[in-house]
Design a protein around this ligand. Sequence first.
Ligand code: ZN
Length: 621
Amino acid sequence: MVLKNKFLIFSFVLFAGLGSLQAQTNHSYWQQHADYKMEVVMNVENYQYTGTQTLVYTNNSPDDLNRVYFHMYFNAFQPGSEMDIRLQNIQDPDGRMFVEGQSRIANLNPDEIGYLRASSLTQDGEDVSFSLEGTVLEVQLVKPIPAGGKSTFDMKFEGQVPLQIRRSGRNNSEGVALSMSQWYPKLAEYDFEGWHADPYISREFHGVWADFDVKLTLDKNYIVGGSGYLQNPQEIGHGYEAHGSKVKKPRGKTLTWHFKAPMVHDFMWAADPEYIHDSLKMENGPTLHFFYKNKPELLENWKNLQPKTAEAMNFFNENIGKYPYDQYSVIQGGDGGMEYAMATLITGERKFESLVGVTIHEMAHSWFQHVLATNELKHEWMDEGFTQFISSLCMNEVMKQEKDNPFESAYNSYYSLAQSGKEQPQATHADRYKINAAYGISAYNKGSIFLSQLGYVIGQDKLMETLRSYYDNYKFKHPIPNDVKRTAEKVSGIELGWYLTDWTETTNTIDYGIKEVQAESNKTKIILERKGLMPMPIDLLLVYEDGTRETFYTPLRIMRGQKDNPYPNIERTILPDWPWAYPTFEFVIDKPINTIKAVVIDPSQLMADINLENNIWQASE
Ligand SMILES: [Zn+2]
């Protein structure tokens, strides 16, 4: 049952401004740094490419390193890879990768598979031994890289772009030639949590903060978009040249595109000979680039997408913090949508609302993944969930959806998972969910609820302050769940250990109910009960027969604090704390029972109570 709208007094307040909070970094926090210089030549006939990579690795850890790892993601797209085998064994395989009962990877021919191999590798000029284990290149160093030291790796590599299966690849379903994500030898991160040399099975993002300098040579008719700023626009043209300027026709068959991307942890590019390239310089914001196929049915939507993308950029700048790069590109390619540094790849043959929706979601990842670089394999809910939270708010505004509760569908999805018996804790490694659906709902919907429900616990204005403070303090780092919790605690003055633990590390559920509303001479006793294991503070709305309303609030004792009145226009009484172990909580109000029309637990419906039926008491007619 869903509560009737008249009791929904949900209101979302987006506050500006927040004093400075000190960075809340762990004492032993560190992250590495890399400088990549790559030169790559792509053959657009057979989709094979060769490259050189010079990588200067700075060891900021307190440890001497005697090995390093590189991700060689394209090897996942080969029959028998871990990605392929997982696809064949999971109960609900991804429909983009598994068609008519068969793994698309298993059916790839040798000229359609992906591969990425190192043909030589040196450390500071000396050969090192390395071995390729699936998607990870294991490298034994010639000499350790001391704590605080640097080493330079020179690698020659060769690759083949797979037929597009998932995220990256060639010749996707919409005919985009090259979607080049996960394409280069990518150093695995060694951070305060240790090595992260995960194989590429379903998800891939965790990387070293780096500066990239990339030269791509390919057929001169191809138009390239992606991470990084183009350094030679007047040689390239293709819409990058200064407005109104002339570009010399290249003599040879190829062009060499030179990109630089500072402080990113990934580098993606896409190319197609039929791209239209539009750009839009925002006032006080980055230049937005759009790349889409020159097909008549796409033009109108992709033109109309451009001002919406600018509006969304402004929304995120205001509500999270300033986008730190001067460029963002929306590129047709890949499958569905996927976020990358300074850019996204999305499929483009969509209805307008869907096109805006996917763009906004992926762009929100610029904050929740590409600047706040959580490890999406370990803390997938901080990546997908926070992105879904902020993009739900953004869509509501940019597309004028006027939803009372823009998170409603997230709650409904979570409720169905919680009741299915298939839920696993959010702390599960992203590759280790038993079924994809449990990963999806847990990461996206339950992750989004982590924040919307946190707003219920600490107050909506404090929630938005938490996001801005979190961004300020953890941008260009690898935040972990405790960092969000500590930020919210500092902003709100409320202790939140119980919230983080129960919500993200267990499958405990929330179920509070109104047990009894009973007359006590001229007064009324209200008895609430806790039926679920997860504790929550309770907002209680009373609606009287004369139409007036009043709220009561019982914080949890373990919160050691309380939120501001979420409904300033309604008088609120703060009751004593509810100590969690007590299954019931009762209090008496100074009014006769026949004056009460209804009693409602959490009129905002932001508390994820899996049984809403016992959340409302109504006087019988
Ligand atoms: Zn996402």
